[in-house]
Ligand binder design. Structure first.
Ligand code: BDR
Ligand code: CA
Length: 312
């Protein structure tokens, strides 16, 4: 069976880290690149984390040099949410490899050409790198098979009342991607929340012994303690992880195709993903919006991930 070529664009980030672990435990995927972008924390940290994670897991892939700031919006990060260095204070060993000499958008273009129409892209952070690639290489949209993104919400936001963080950081990039014509699956806050985990469920999986457990244990505790003690939430949705699971096995996900745009102008709702759930605009759907994912199968995928890292 031929492998599924994929480029992961991300801003690690505690939940990006778990998503990358999940992807790397699926040998049917061929991870061509892990491209960093500024987002959860500054570019200096997200880029080092991407490099170090690729090294730690032992993935033979490129790590392109990504965007240090959004296209137009000011550079805003969420350091307090992801802790020191972006990984809740966990220090990964220094990377032995270096960045690819090419920029993330050039890496994406090169890999899309190499994959001859089969390349998929998963974005787990602001969509700046992908938007630059689409603008710089107009032919790229014909070469990307599908984009699966942790972005947006069809409900309430987590950054302003209406906007999800990744869309809010770079709304102009999000809108470029939405209007590109490439098939896109939007795994937003509300859809991902159908796979929210209690502390008991989360720790039972992430503390299972394996070679990545020092990281998964630390990160799981960081996320869940922040969510419950600081934010008083009953459970934890690890958004990038649910998104990656939906990418790996689309059969766990239920999508509704909807006409969707990203608000770039309003001072109240900048970054809102305006989802025409009831099809009132009469416009053709351009985005598959995640409505729910199968939580039991999601949990099973996470358990299998831990088993894989025990065996490899
Ligand atoms: C998204 O923003 C970041 O905090 C997470 O990594 C995730 O990609 C959730 O809004
Ligand atoms: Ca992220």
């Amino acid at each position: 069976m031929s492998k599924r070529p994929v480029v992961i664009d991300c801003d690690p980030g505690v939940d990006d880290t778990l998503a990358i672990f999940l992807a790397a435990s699926h040998p049917e995927l061929e991870i061509r690149a892990i491209n960093p972008v500024a987002g959860n924390v500054g570019y200096e940290s997200t880029s080092q984390n991407a490099l170090r994670l690729a090294d730690l897991i032992g993935i033979d892939c490129r790590v392109g040099r990504g965007a240090e700031e959004p296209l137009i919006a000011p550079c805003r990060t969420a350091g307090a949410i992801h802790g020191k260095g972006g990984l809740g204070g966990y220090e990964l060993p220094e990377a032995k490899r270096d960045f690819d000499p090419d920029y993330a958008w050039d890496v994406l273009w090169q890999e899309a050409r190499r994959a001859e129409g089969e390349l998929e892209v998963v974005t787990l952070g602001p969509m700046t790198n992908l938007a630059i690639a689409l603008t710089r290489y107009p032919e790229l949209k014909k070469l990307i098979k599908k984009i699966t993104s942790m972005v947006g919400t069809a409900g309430q936001g987590n950054t302003n009342v209406y906007a999800e963080f990744n869309a809010w950081v770079d709304p102009h990039a999000c809108e470029i991607v939405f209007q590109s014509g490439i098939p896109i699956a939007m795994c937003g806050l509300d859809g991902n929340d159908t796979c929210t985990l209690s502390g008991e469920e989360l720790y039972a999986i992430m503390e299972r012994p394996s070679r990545i457990t020092p990281v998964t244990r630390h990160v799981a505790h960081f996320i869940h303690e922040r969510n419950t003690l600081q934010w008083h939430l009953p459970s934890s949705t690890i958004h990038d992880l649910v998104t990656m699971a939906c990418f790996i096995d689309p059969s766990i996900a239920t999508y509704e195709p909807c006409y969707t745009t990203c608000e770039t102008r309003s001072s109240i709702s900048a970054g809102q993903t305006v989802v025409d759930l009831y099809h009132v605009s009469g416009k053709a759907p351009n985005v598959d919006v995640l409505r729910c994912a199968d939580k039991e199968r999601f949990k099973a995928m996470l358990s299998e991930m831990m088993d894989w890292y025990t065996a490899h």
